[in-house]
Design a binder for this molecule. Structure first.
Ligand code: Z5A
Length: 235
């Protein structure tokens, strides 16, 4: 490998990976497994989630998922998701990336585009303005869209929940979840450089291997480490 094989890699900054998709797709599970796989090769990654991830954002999460904001309508919900995101980006995501940590986030801006935008019919110009305000240039390097039939994801979520009460979004009917799936696939098709669709209708280990193959191909963690002088050059 030539001595300048890592030229052009901005290794001062960590990489930002987001997981998106319907309920029960396995986002939280795979976020954890990806962080563990990165740790094995020597990459330090913070795992986080939305809504939430920082102190104030977690309080706003309670308001959103309890249904407190729902009567105000999808535009108001979009505002509150964006407010939570401002806190999360400012206090966790941006500082972590700047310090050279990777960040793995369970849901991010694409969930607002899908749930409040495509499903909630909130004006796309409002969604775009909120996104710009909350995120600025702090955009994901890679978004993994976990795709599976909604009934499979909902059954997984129901098994985990048991007889407990459903939250604001879980109570939606089958057509809502089909539309949601189409919305995420449309987002992925519109931004193929950033987004990768992964078939999530499989067991955890198989899915984790597929995700690792996408991450190594697109983000080259070993090369990133080598550019920092912290590891061997490689994938
Ligand atoms: N929302 C929004 O409207 N706008 C926004 O901007 C944002 C969010 C950011 C957050 O809910 C809600 O907020 C969400 C969208 C909305 N609506 N809903 N519903 P949440 O965080 O509570 O829920 P979620 O994001 O949908 O996560 P989830 O239900 O926990 O699903 P998951 O993270 O994709 O799955 P999991 O927790 O990894 O796995 C679920 C279960 O399946 C669990 O028991 C696992 O052990 C099992 N599992 C995982 N993988 C597999 C495989 N491969 N096979 C079999 N079983 C598996």
């Amino acid at each position: 490998m030539s001595s300048n094989a890592n030229a052009g890699i901005d290794a001062g900054r960590g990489r930002f990976v987001t997981f998106e998709g319907g309920e029960g797709a396995g986002k939280s599970t795979q976020a954890r497994l990806l962080a563990a796989a990165l740790a094995e090769v020597g990459v330090d990654a913070a795992t986080t989630r939305e809504p939430g991830g920082s102190k104030t954002a977690e309080r706003l999460r309670e308001a959103l998922l309890s249904g407190l904001v729902e009567p105000l309508g999808p535009a108001a919900e979009a505002l509150v998701f964006a407010a939570a995101r401002i806190d999360h980006v400012d206090h966790l995501i941006r500082p972590a990336l700047a310090s050279g940590r990777w960040v793995i986030c369970d849901r991010f801006v694409d969930s607002t585009r899908a749930y409040q935008g495509a499903l909630g019919n909130v004006d796309p110009s409002l969604i775009a303005a909120l996104e710009k305000t909350a995120v600025g240039d702090c955009r994901p390097d890679l978004t993994l869209i976990l795709d599976l039939p909604p009934e499979t994801g909902l059954a997984r979520a129901a098994r985990r929940r048991g007889p407990g009460a459903v939250d604001r979004f879980e109570k939606q009917g089958p057509e809502f979840h089909e539309q949601l799936r189409r919305a995420f696939l449309a987002i992925a098709r519109a931004e193929p450089e950033r987004c990768a669709i992964v078939d999530a209708d499989t067991d955890e280990a198989t899915l984790a291997r597929e995700i690792w193959s996408v991450v190594t191909r697109k983000l080259r963690p070993l090369r990133w480490l080598a550019a920092r002088g912290e590891g061997a050059m490689g994938a």
